[in-house]
Design a binder for this molecule. Structure first.
Ligand SMILES: Nc1ncnc2c1ncn2[C@@H]1O[C@H](COP(=O)(O)OP(=O)(O)OP(=O)(O)O)[C@@H](O)[C@H]1O
Ligand SMILES: [Mg+2]
Length: 256
């Protein structure tokens, strides 16, 4: 589904991504781990195409198309959707208006209403987007908008931060369901694949509810190590991120 090749990205005249390569095939969900400031959100922002993140080298291929120079708009229309780490407050725009705009073309009124109920969003529909919402409510609102638009490739930047355990369980189940969307939409299909995803997180809490295939550790703008996501998180908790440098060096020695 997505192939990122040797991506170098400058932000504010500083190189933040220093050669990221990452492939997420159809029907797989990968996790992105790494200490604060290692470049996870910059990678996510670059995949969706925020203009302040300048790609100086490398490319992003999505479903066979080179999207590196495409606008955010075009990328979203191709099926990429993100839930931001810190979604903005948008004063003067009601959640209901944005929701109607985002779902205007898909004729899935029932699905939209089901999502409003599942996410318990009725009370927020006539409020300005994220204005005065608690930290957890903001994350829920952002995920609600994302999943209601049914992207094929779902990118979640710390979807679990600030969300209480009860909501986390619900949100996790809904993310998982959304990743199985094609199966849900075509119940008679026996060999349909689901969607793909990338989840940046610092904890395993959300991973208890979502089936994930692979984890990657990012350190100083590079992916240094990949493996089983839950096992990696255990190691990070025990030994810290530095263990990964060791593992990376060992695997390089093995290759020589
Ligand atoms: N718009 C920006 N202007 C200047 N520097 C930026 C900008 N965006 C990101 N950076 C810098 O890029 C580096 C990587 O930031 P990024 O947000 O990707 O970290 P992260 O891995 O997501 O960390 P966290 O786990 O805290 O979310 C940091 O040093 C950050 O200050
Ligand atoms: Mg981040």
């Amino acid at each position: 589904m997505i192939m990122i090749k040797n991506l170098h990205v400058m932000v504010d005249e500083k190189e933040v991504l220093k050669g990221v390569s990452l492939t997420i095939p159809d029907n797989q969900v990968h996790c992105l781990f790494g200490p604060n400031g290692s470049g996870k959100s910059v990678l996510i922002s670059t995949i969706i195409g925020y203009p302040e993140y300048e790609v100086t080298e490398g490319e992003i291929i999505f479903n066979g198309t080179n999207i590196t120079q495409m606008s955010i708009d075009e990328r979203v229309k191709m099926g990429i959707g993100i839930s931001e780490q810190r979604p903005p407050v948008i004063k003067g725009v009601k959640l209901r208006n944005l929701l109607n705009l985002l779902t205007a073309s898909n004729n899935e009124e029932d699905y939209k209403n089901k999502m409003v109920t599942q996410f318990n969003m009725e009370k927020f529909l006539d409020r300005n987007i994220n204005d005065g919402l608690s930290g957890g409510e903001v994350k829920k609102s952002e995920l609600f908008l994302l999943l209601t638009t049914q992207p094929d490739f779902i990118i979640l930047d710390e979807p679990d931060s600030g969300v209480d355990p009860e909501h986390l369980k619900k949100i996790g189940a809904m993310i998982n369901e959304s990743l199985q969307k094609k199966i849900r939409l075509n119940k008679n299909c026996t060999s349909c694949s689901g969607n793909s995803g990338l989840i940046a997180t610092h904890s395993t809490a959300i991973l208890n509810y979502i089936n994930t295939d692979k984890g990657h550790i990012m350190l100083d703008g590079k992916i240094k190590c990949s493996g089983n996501p839950l096992a990696m998180m255990d190691k990070i908790r025990d030994k810290g991120y530095e263990y990964c440098i060791q593992c990376h060096e060992n695997s390089q020695e093995d290759e020589t």
